[in-house]
Design a protein around this ligand. Structure first.
Ligand code: TPU
Ligand code: MG
Length: 560
């Protein structure tokens, strides 16, 4: 016997979810009971719905998809911010919201957790803008079809979807789920179009001397990471990666030349990309930040763009082909072209030697970076928060297997606390390290308590530079000052009587080294290391990037 809730649970479990995230509310309690009847999935609780959405977003990064269950309006509207993030970051997160009793929908009743009007549709209408599929279930009869449609569309589009379930329908009897293949099987590439696109791309490359591959963040969403390596191996050319795609192409691959990010690229990488006569952009996303205020965007007839389901180049535009099919087929049709590797070997520079600071000397960003480098091992995932952590993160070399997570398109400060929590739930065998600024941390700090509750050994490096330094570099004012907290002391508060989190404040390199030792040995909870640095101790990259972004932001209105 299935109910609407247990049907949903079965489908979530069938698509591979071992957990779902939730915040309780009276419109969802019965649904949560129904989800709990599925013994293949655990319910993980969050401190608020924004964090619940971001926890699911992080879980989807580790696990391919995720679900967050929240109550009507007061919960869902908070979660919408994170769902917008999942949309921007191409992550299939299912937001499930409890909703008013189906009998109330057509009445003149006023209900709690609503606007106090008779309109109960506004939430669905809002959800439509930030998801690829949004359904409302107020009868059990059509629930299977609607649930399957929402999940299938999310998985296929790699975007979030929204399912609203009336609170009295969650436990209503419902049909049994059919084969899961109906939900997870994807539309094949159109074979004729694929052939034509590969032929055109092979021809495009044949006429060029210096091809280079530029990897972007949509590569993972397309599930085409392996195929990008295949094409790189066949071409033998240089491969640069955009900041938002760091780790999507292995940094220990012999053809990896670094991060392409305009003026603040890895030394040598910009020269190779900008000097190329054929940039193959794979899953790239060019916005004002990634182009450093529109100063670095490959375009023109020398650019081929291969996206999740579309390939474009001078005079051609093909759709309905999967990126991985295109890359794999193209690999078999190209010859070795290593001119950009030869060029790179000429322009590359050795990284500067980092000298250890005296253990008692005041902590600097450079000393902190030097000390955390060895923590990044094959089984590590680094989370880099919006702020100078982005630029510090870029400076970390990733050994094979290491992963890097960044939320560059949505850029919500505070994302990394719940997202690393959700990721750690989804990937318990990985060492999760989060780099986060003081300002960002203050938005979502509560989720450290959930890391403690779940005994997750996440290591948080909280860079306390007493302000919104990234904003300072774009445009300064009194609004960039942050009220200081006793960040390390928070862990005691969150631990209460049973937690095993650890909190440290490092004012110098010696204290930092000691704290790192304890963090590595603490397997029963998170360790937060507050690194106290000067307010203006930031990366040169942040300054250079900030000035160019500020210039782009400050363009005067064009005359009409
Ligand atoms: O390392 P640092 O000091 O740059 O990082 P911190 O201290 O975390 O400061 C981040 C400052 C910041 C803001 C206020 N970065 N972006 N913003 C704008 C912003 C405001 N609200 C949200 C939810 N997201 C944002 N990105
Ligand atoms: Mg700061």
């Amino acid at each position: 016997m299935y109910t609407v809730g247990s049907y949903l649970a079965a489908r979530l479990s069938q698509i591979g979810l071992k957990h779902h995230f939730a915040v309780a509310g009276d419109y969802t309690l019965v649904l949560l009971d129904q989800l709990l009847t599925n013994k293949d999935m655990k319910q993980i609780y969050c401190s608020n719905e924004l964090n619940c959405g971001f926890s699911a977003e992080g879980y989807a990064r580790a696990h391919g998809a995720a679900a967050a269950i929240v109550t009507f309006s007061v919960g869902a509207l908070s979660a919408f911010d994170a769902i917008g993030g999942a949309y921007a970051e191409n992550l299939p997160v299912l937001l499930v919201s409890g909703a008013p009793n189906s009998n109330d929908l057509a009445t003149e009743h006023l209900l709690h957790h609503t606007l106090g009007t008779h309109d109960f549709t506004y939430q669905l209408e809002m959800a439509k803008k930030i998801t690829c599929a949004a359904v409302t279930i107020s009868s059990a009869v059509n629930a299977p079809e609607k649930i399957d449609y929402a999940i299938r569309t999310a998985l296929c589009e790699r975007k979030p979807a929204y399912i609203e379930i009336a609170c009295n329908i969650a436990s209503a009897p419902c049909a049994a789920p059919g084969p899961i293949s109906a939900v997870i099987s994807e539309e094949p590439s159109d074979s004729e179009t694929l052939k034509a696109a590969v032929a055109a791309a092979a021809e495009f490359l044949r006429g060029k001397k210096k091809p280079v591959l530029l990897i972007g963040s949509k590569l993972r969403a397309a599930g085409a990471e392996k195929e990008a390596i295949e094409l790189a191996n066949s071409l033998g050319c240089a491969v640069a990666v955009m900041a938002a795609a760091k780790s999507f192409f292995p940094e220990n691959h012999p053809q990896f030349v670094g991060i392409y990010w305009g003026k603040i690229s890895t030394p040598g990488a910009q020269a190779v990309v900008d000097g190329s006569d054929s940039v193959v952009c794979i899953g790239t996303l060019f916005n004002d930040y990634s182009t450093v205020g529109w100063t670095a965007e490959p375009n023109g007839p020398g650019v081929l763009t291969a996206d999740q389901k579309r390939v474009r180049m001078d005079g051609h535009d093909f759709s309905r082909i999967h990126l991985r099919h295109f890359l794999s087929a193209l690999s078999g049709k190209v010859e070795k072209r290593d001119a950009t590797m030869i060029e790179y070997s000429r322009v590359r520079c050795e990284p500067p030697v980092e000298i250890a600071a005296k253990p008692g000397a005041k902590l600097t960003r450079a000393e902190w970076l030097r000390q955390i480098r060895p923590l990044v091992t094959a089984d590590t995932t680094v989370f880099a928060e919006t702020g100078d952590s982005w630029f510090n993160g870029m400076a970390l070399d990733l050994p094979g297997g290491a992963r890097f997570e960044i939320e560059m398109q949505w850029g919500h400060i505070g994302w990394s606390v719940p997202a690393s929590f959700g990721y750690a739930i989804g990937a318990p065998d990985r060492r999760v390290i989060a780099l986060i600024g003081d300002g960002a941390f203050q938005l979502t700090a509560q989720e450290v308590a959930q890391m403690i509750r779940q005994k997750l050994p996440v290591i948080i490096f909280l860079m306390n530079n007493h302000g919104y330094t990234i904003e300072v570099e774009i445009h300064d004012g009194p609004y960039n000052n942050v009220k200081n907290w006793d960040y390390a002391g928070l862990i005691k508060v969150f631990n209460a009587e049973d937690g095993r989190g650890r909190g440290f404040r490092a004012n110098n390199g010696g204290e930092l080294a000691e704290a790192i030792k304890v963090a590595l040995a603490n397997h029963d909870g998170p360790t937060l290391i507050e690194c106290v640095i000067d307010r203006d101790d930031c990366t040169a990259d942040l300054i250079a990037w900030g000035h160019l972004v500020a210039k782009a932001n400050g363009r005067p209105p064009e005359p009409q």
